[in-house]
Design a protein around this ligand. Sequence first.
Ligand code: PEP
Ligand code: MG
Length: 559
Amino acid sequence: MPTPLEIKGQLASEGFAAGPIWLAQDRLVPSYERKDTWQAEAQALADCVATASGQTAELVENAQGDAADILEFQLAMLEDDTFVEAATELIEAGLGADMAWREVLDDEIAGYEASDDEYFRARAADLRDVKDRVLVALTGAAVEIIPKGSIYLADDIAPSLFLSHDWSGGGLALRDGSVTGHVAMLARQRGIPTLVGLGDFVCPENVSALLHGGLQTLIVSPSEQIRQQFDLARMEFDAARLRAQNFSDRPAVTDDGTAISVMVNIADPAEVENIPIQHVDGVGLMRTEFLFGHASGLPGEEIQYLAYKKVLDWSRGKPVTIRTVDAGGDKPIRGFTEDEMNPFLGMRGIRLTLKNPDIFRLQIRALLRAGVHGQLKVMLPMVAVPEELDETIKQFEVEASALAQEGVAYQMPKIGIMVEIPSVAILPNRFSKASFLSIGSNDLTQYVLAASRDNGKLADLAKADDPAVLALIANVAHYGAKHGVDVSLCGDAGSDVSIIPKLLQAGVTTLSVAASRIGLVKSTIADIDLGSDRKSRLFDEAHADFSHKLGVLHSDNKK
Ligand code: PEP
Ligand code: MG
């Protein structure tokens, strides 16, 4: 009996899988046959790039949401002549088509990999995918067929290979990879158990293994005892998932009868096609960065208008909160964001849009026009001071009168702000012009604890249930309850079953969560007993503390 091997990684997508290990194959057999002339080499490359484009276009047609976004980026890269032209120059200088393509793409990939930015590093995987597709076409190498139900062990995996395989019953164990990478995001959306960052270790092919999402561990050659514990944990996980499914279409109510609104976070408008409207109380956050991140450039007014209208049409009169573009920080956008030493504390969110009135203007017009199709609320990201809200409201008024003069139908939406910078969470009363507040626990946590949200090594520090973060959340909830201002929470903490009870105790009554978590969030809420007095100790303490310390400022501001 081989000794069990347990390797701890990071959880990119929860779940459990048991099956044989499938070691990633070296897909590319170097069997390229040189042609007689450089012109024939160049033609072979052009043909294979066209073949790869056709295959990618086919995948795009069947993809949705983020998957489509990733594949569209790859397609744009394949259709951009720059790489082929550079490779043709090398071919003319004497290289074979395969070597020339490799050299050009490797150069580009190295540039992306060297980026300080997680977003661009993630794009390097897409370029590797693009490179491999063309090489597969050139060499005639077979694309890897992964047996169903196995645990795929690799350094990383190309998004297109991930998307073309049926992972049901299996899982992914990646030595590298990152929880914020594309494959991790796709795995979460599809519910495929995935561990990343497992590091280097020796593992034979076909040996039986367990991927234990709860322990974030890959167990190779498990003992009978470990297998039994695994089965038990998996049964509990499956039962919780099943129970959650039964809650999806029910209103969210705590055990003591307190109604909680559960809304959904979306990015791509196409996502709503898979969300029954009766499962949610509306959209609490539509991130619009998705529309701005395309390789084809920044979106015009019409594209944005149609995207917003699609979601409003789907919402059947329930509120839809669309956030103005939150570029910068962890979401750089080519041609829009700036290169900075410290992008998280730099020109991002509302600061960036106010600085780029020509870009912002198109989004404001699209939002004003879309407003006639439902209950639109517009939310501003990364607001730090009231002047940013004042200035934006002014811009909306200017564009509204321009539309009126043009005779174009529009509706002024409610305008509210994200609470994700401590300055707002500490003194929300300064932002009395905001129609609503939505707590962005992801950024709020990183700013309160000075711990970057995209650094896995700081995961134990950057916790949204840190008492200091919870006290600020309670302060905002208290402000909203006292002044009749809607407060919701749309950061990832709202989807975290271990944090939800603390959020509710802090006074939060509206959560906006990932679509895949709706049932689980509602079933978690059903188990919470807030007691006869919803104001928990935490809620009272936070309020008393802030009111006392900041009383002077509060009253000054009311004058
Ligand atoms: C947040 O910061 O919590 C949030 C919801 O915004 P994003 O994650 O898009 O920065
Ligand atoms: Mg944020």
